[in-house]
Design a protein around this ligand. Structure first.
Ligand SMILES: Nc1ncnc2c1ncn2[C@@H]1O[C@H](COP(=O)(O)OP(=O)(O)OP(=O)(O)O)[C@@H](O)[C@H]1O
Ligand SMILES: [Mg+2]
Length: 259
C-alpha cells in the first residue's frame, strides 16, 4: 500500500527539497519503490537529481492542469527504485491557469491515485507558499513531513503550517480521507550555535510524539551534492548528511510498518 507524504513548510529555505531528494534516495536504498513529485517552479529537486529543466517534456504543471496519465510524466533515475515527476517553471502560472476551476485542489489526487500502489512511498516536494499547489499536495497526501530549520522564525512558520494542515484535514473528512503529521524534522542544526538547541527543545516540547528522533545537522556535503546532480547518498555515502537521511528513512519505515 503506497504512502503519500508531502514535504511542506511555507517558509523558504528550511530544507524541504534537500529532504525530498535525499530521503527519496535513502528509501530507494532500502529497496522501497519511491516516486518523488517536484511541485516547485524552482525545480530544485529536478535539477538536484541530475535532470535538466529544459529537457523536461511533461512536468508536474501538465499533471495539475491537463488530462494526462501520470505515467507519461514519470522519469526513471539511475536507481531502479527511484523515479521522479519533474517540475518546470510553467508552475509559476498555476494560480491563473486553475483560477475558477471546480475542485481544483483535487487535481493531483485524481492523477496520483491510480498509481499509488505501484510505489511504497510517494514524496511531494512543495513550494514555499500556501496556494493551490499546497492544497493539492495536502489533499492527496496521507501525511506531512514539516522540516523546521533550527532558527528563530521557525516557530511562527510551524504554527501556520499546522493551521493549514488542520484546515485541509477538515475538508478531507468529508470524503473520508485523513491527513496526519508524519513528523516534524529539525534541520540545519549548527552544533556551534547554542540557540539552535533551544529551538530544538521548544519544538520537541510542542510536538513530543511527532518530532523525528533523527536530526539533520548542517553539512557541506548536503549543499554540494546537488551541484553535481547527485543525491548525498550517491555523492558521499559515508558523510554525516548521508547517514542522517538514511537514518530518517529507517525511522519512517519503522513507524509505518509498526502501524
Ligand atoms: N542540513 C543542511 N546543511 C547545510 N545546508 C543545507 C542543509 N539543508 C539544506 N541546506 C541548504 O540550504 C538551502 C535551502 O535548502 P532547500 O533548498 O532544501 O530548502 P527548501 O525548503 O526546499 O527551500 P525553498 O523554500 O526555496 O524551496 C540550500 O542551499 C541547501 O543546500
Ligand atoms: Mg525547495
Amino acid at each position: 500500500m503506497g504512502i503519500i507524504i508531502a514535504i511542506a513548510n511555507q517558509k523558504g529555505g528550511v530544507g524541504k527539497t534537500t529532504t525530498a531528494i535525499n530521503l527519496g534516495a535513502a528509501l530507494a536504498r532500502e529497496q522501497k519503490r519511491t516516486l518523488l513529485i517536484d511541485l516547485d517552479e524552482q525545480a530544485n529537486a529536478t535539477i538536484g537529481i541530475g535532470f535538466s529543466r529544459e529537457n523536461v517534456a511533461i512536468s508536474s504543471f501538465e499533471l495539475l492542469t491537463r488530462d494526462i496519465d501520470i505515467r507519461e510524466a514519470i522519469c526513471n533515475t539511475k536507481d531502479s527504485y527511484f523515479d521522479i515527476v519533474p517540475s518546470s517553471n510553467k508552475l509559476a502560472s498555476i494560480e491563473e491557469t486553475l483560477y475558477g476551476c471546480e475542485d481544483k485542489e483535487q487535481n493531483l489526487m485524481k492523477k496520483v491515485e491510480p498509481i499509488k500502489n505501484s510505489y511504497d512511498y510517494i514524496l511531494l516536494d512543495c513550494p514555499p507558499s500556501l496556494g493551490v499547489i499546497i492544497d493539492n499536495a495536502l489533499f492527496v497526501s496521507d501525511s506531512v513531513i514539516i522540516p523546521v530549520e533550527c532558527e528563530f522564525f521557525a516557530y511562527d512558520a510551524l504554527t501556520q503550517m499546522v493551521n493549514k494542515i488542520n484546515q485541509v484535514q477538515k475538508a478531507k473528512n468529508k470524503i473520508n480521507k485523513s491527513l496526519t503529521i508524519e513528523g516534524v524534522l529539525l534541520t540545519k542544526l549548527d552544533n556551534r550555535n547554542v540557540f539552535g538547541y533551544k529551538i530544538m527543545d521548544k519544538v520537541k516540547s510542542l510536538f513530543p510524539t511527532k518530532t523525528f528522533n533523527t536530526i539533520i545537522n548542517r553539512s557541506s556535503h548536503l549543499q554540494e551534492a546537488p551541484m553535481h546532480g547527485k543525491t548525498v547518498i550517491d555523492f558521499a555515502y559515508n558523510s554525516r548528511g548521508s547517514k542522517e537521511y538514511r537514518e530518517l528513512a529507517k525511522e519512517i519505515i519503522n513507524n509505518n510498518e509498526a502501524n
